[in-house]
Design a protein around this ligand. Structure first.
Ligand code: G3I
Length: 481
């Protein structure tokens, strides 16, 4: 995929571009309201993956701007799986996971680790030990211990075991095409939880699976999960959460209430239920033929999931398996399309507005959190860059030249790092300053002089300012008091 370097390459009208960066629809919400802000006020985490393109520096700049402004939980799409972290026996590669943890710390975003024990994405060297129980136990224990120790205190929650249950009508363990089950037996799950807890006693530990949003009934996958959680809790296995991946289609209208029933069943076991990989896709063939009514229906289902999430006290995270329809496994692997909150041009869809409407329909005073104060507001590690806060200001955009930055003081905007060789007036160190309201409408433009711009004619409030020095731009949310 070609490298994309500048916002200017994306043919977006200025207002849309600004609205997209802020993740606001054109019928945007009141100033400073972002999903992240409303989630934080409610003691919940709402977020999405960092796609593999992000790790490869091969994604549009809007992606990160929106991600860190709109979301407060993150998980790597592929970069913390077994094959990525231990590609060769006892040789670990934490580079990409570290990149995500650094980003998350700098932006006060909670980190999910995905996934420690999974039948898929197992490197070939593990399969060489097929059927060798003691060796496979040692391999799995070493993997879990080394990875979880490396991320101790930085990864808040792990998908300890992923997709270990089969898809039969009468659910049971996934007993084929699983080197772990076939070589060790079902005890690999219990051991995986124990070893993860030993490596990081403070991390929350999830069992994660798909198709558990299809209801609690005799033989269903969801019922099988509940039975295993009961057994694990009775045996003091340190499980704390279940992840329902929830990869569904637009026709699957019963699933929100099924998730509510699962949440209630797990609440009786004192276990949190997290939505971990939500996308609500349309059949792939419908791409390009979708109507406003189609997108409204998608928004309606997103609304129902968010309502359930906010109303069930033991639900903690609402994670979508992608930010924009421009980068989604649905099109590449699943025969579906357009399942996310932002369209391919990074514009928020009705689904975004539905999520915001649900958050605003559930005041913070009415939403219970399953998390302790320490989890909600972890001590900041400023040395590791953990003192940034995207809820206040958008960090300089990815296209800004290193060093250019803007700060507001009173009604004066101070600009440093202007590239004088190309600035509008090198002598006066000038740059073009455009100010937009939170709906993305341009309201003021000026030229800075000597690294400052006078905004005294602008009324109090929250705005987005864009500074262009002739070669690069920087976009930042500012508050004028
Ligand atoms: O990085 C290589 C690239 O170098 C190579 O050229 C290319 C073509 O072979 O493959 C690239 O790796 C692909 C990887 O995604 C990164 O794009 C793998 O082949 C492909 O199998 C992998 O697919 C991922 C899939 O899990 C399997 O791991 C999807 O991106 C990812 O969205 C999907 O996520 C899973 C969750 O982990 C578990 N729940 C289901 C969910 C959807 O399948």
């Amino acid at each position: 995929m070609k490298k994309i370097h500048s916002l200017s390459r994306i043919a977006l009208p200025r207002i849309t571009l600004c609205a997209a960066i802020l993740g606001m629809g054109l019928n945007a919400h009141a100033a400073d309201e972002t999903i992240r802000q409303l989630a934080k006020e409610r003691g919940r985490f709402i977020g999405t993956i960092l796609n593999s393109e992000w790790f490869n520096d091969d994604i549009e700049p809007e992606f990160e701007e929106i991600h860190k402004t709109q979301f407060n939980v993150v998980v790597a799409e592929n970069e913390m799986k077994f094959d990525a972290t231990e590609p060769n026996e006892d040789e670990f590669n934490f580079e990409k996971g570290d990149k995500m943890v650094k980003y998350a710390l700098a932006n006060n975003i909670r980190v999910r680790g995905h996934a420690l024990a999974w039948h898929s994405q197992v490197p070939n060297w593990v399969n060489n030990y097929k059927g060798q129980k003691e060796k496979l136990l040692a391999v799995l224990k070493n993997h879990i211990t080394k990875v979880v120790t490396h991320y101790k205190g930085k990864v808040a929650e792990w998908d300890v075991v992923n997709e270990a249950i089969n898809d039969d009508y009468n659910a049971d363990w996934r007993s084929t095409n699983s080197v772990w089950y076939e070589g060790i037996g079902a005890e690999f799950l219990d051991s995986a939880f124990v070893w993860t807890h030993e490596a990081d006693p403070d991390a929350e530990l999830c069992y994660n699976d798909y198709s558990i949003e299809w209801g609690l009934r005799e033989g269903s996958k969801a019922s099988f999960v509940v039975e295993q959680v009961k057994r694990w809790k009775a045996n003091n296995i340190p499980i704390t959460c279940v992840g329902t991946q929830t990869h569904i289609e637009i026709a699957h209208e019963t699933t929100p209430q099924n998730v509510r029933a699962l949440a209630k069943a797990l609440a009786e076991l004192n276990v949190t239920l997290n939505i971990t990989e939500l996308d609500i896709g349309f059949p792939k063939g419908s791409a390009g033929n979708l109507s406003a009514a189609d997108y409204a229906k998608q928004g309606h289902i997103y609304r129902q999931f968010m309502d359930v999430f906010l109303e069930e006290p033991n639900m903690g995270e609402f994670v979508m398996w992608g930010l924009t329809d421009a980068h989604s496994w649905l099109d590449e692997q699943q025969g579906k399309t357009e399942g996310l909150l932002y369209d391919k041009q990074y514009k928020p869809k009705p689904a975004y507005d539905s999520v915001m409407a649900s958050l605003k329909a559930h005041p913070a005073s009415e939403v219970k959190t399953p998390y302790s104060e320490t989890i909600l507001n972890p001590p900041k590690d400023c040395d590791a860059g953990g003192c940034g806060d995207s809820t206040i200001a958008i960090m300089p955009s990815a296209v800004a030249k290193k060093g250019m930055s803007v700060q507001i003081a009173g009604r004066t905007l101070f600009i440093t790092g202007i590239a004088t060789e190309k600035s509008a007036n090198a002598a006066s160190n000038a740059a073009k300053v455009d100010v937009f309201d939170m709906q993305g409408r341009p309201i003021y433009s000026t030229q800075s002089a000597n690294g400052a711009a006078d905004l005294s004619t602008i009324a109090e409030g929250l705005y987005v300012v864009r500074v262009h020095d002739g070669s690069t731009s920087i976009v930042k949310k500012i508050s004028i008091k």
